[in-house]
Design a protein around this ligand. Structure first.
Ligand SMILES: [Zn+2]
Length: 323
């Protein structure tokens, strides 16, 4: 299959510049004017279709820039968004699947769909084992996670911001797959798409305290804001008695690390998890960042679905242009 072009992937520490290290875990495909990020491991599954959208291409006009906005927004028209979605699905070879999104509310609500619901459901994760549905989550900083159970032929899409992460939404989505489809976490493959990185995601220390009260290893997911070259002893995170320094007001949260840890704790093998280190805030040339763009920006979409076995021709069909 002619997948080629920009490679990205996870590294232990992503630099603040947001440069893209080479890795075999991800492929960035150029198709019909769009760039789509895919997990190499998920791409190998013949009956599966999946992808993470990026910013370039599309018909939406964001301050004079043509972008692939896939979420309804005040600054964009419904027609543009629907056309962008059509192009995204076509580029994935998922034209025949029915897009199935959610009204996302930063919750831990997981839906299991057997067919397209008659009205949009409120929640932040969905799962299915039915062919023909293209599960979708929209993000612009939050963490999108796609899950596939190759043995039982089941998939899930998860939206995890800090609230959803704190409520363990990815663990709950896996729990639902266990109950509904007999999924074993050890069989799952997970792709954690582009999101705001630990380099840029500033939160109040009260958020850090909430995480610390829920997760014994939470301190590994936080870093202090660096204002200079002075050492940062992280005293406040280790619950030391008050020292000489006042506690910081804000800290940096690495949501990817937190979700990766939840996947591993749930039983997903570490080697089955691919985490994109593209930061939405650092890479505004490629992605959308709600925070860095003061709310007026587009939405990325992450999708996963099971192809009808009659139609497993797959995306590669469409024009794929090596860069
Ligand atoms: Zn960043």
């Amino acid at each position: 299959m002619p997948t080629n072009t920009v490679k990205t992937g996870r590294t232990a520490r992503s630099p603040r510049t947001g440069s893209v290290p080479a890795s075999k875990a991800w492929t960035a495909r150029k198709a019909t004017g769009l760039r789509i990020l895919q997990s190499a491991a998920l791409e190998k599954i013949s009956w599966l279709v999946h992808g993470f959208s990026t910013r370039p291409g599309g018909v939406s006009d964001l301050g004079g820039e043509k972008v692939l906005n896939l979420g309804f927004a005040e600054w964009d028209t419904k027609e543009n968004v629907l056309e962008n979605r059509r192009r995204f699905q076509a580029a994935l070879g998922a034209d025949r699947l029915t897009l199935c999104g959610l009204s996302q509310i930063h919750s831990d609500v997981v839906h299991v769909f057997e067919a397209l619901p008659t009205s949009r459901c409120r929640g932040d994760a969905s799962a299915t084992n039915r062919a023909g549905l293209l599960l979708a989550v929209e993000t612009a900083d939050c963490v999108p996670i796609l899950l596939v159970d190759p043995k039982n032929r089941a998939v899930a899409a998860v939206h995890a911001g800090w609230r959803g992460t704190l409520q363990r939404i990815v663990t709950k989505a896996i729990g639902k797959m266990q109950m509904q489809f007999g999924t074993k976490p050890a069989d799952l493959l997970a792709a954690v798409g582009p999101s705001i990185g630990g380099c840029c995601y500033e939160v109040g220390t009260e958020v850090a305290s909430e995480f610390r009260s829920q997760f014994p290893n939470a301190s590994e997911w936080f870093d202090e804001l660096r204002t200079g070259d002075e050492p940062n002893p992280l005293q406040w995170l280790n619950m030391s008695p008050p020292g000489h320094q006042p506690p910081p007001k804000n800290v940096l949260l690495d949501l990817r690390k937190a979700n990766r840890a939840q996947l591993v704790e749930t039983g997903v093998p570490s080697g089955n998890i691919a985490v994109s280190d593209w930061c939405t805030a650092c890479r505004r040339d490629l992605l959308f960042s709600y925070r860095k763009e003061a709310g007026t920006t587009g939405r990325l979409m992450s999708v996963i679905g099971i192809q009808d076995c009659m139609h497993t021709t797959r995306a590669n069909h469409a024009q794929v242009t090596p860069e």
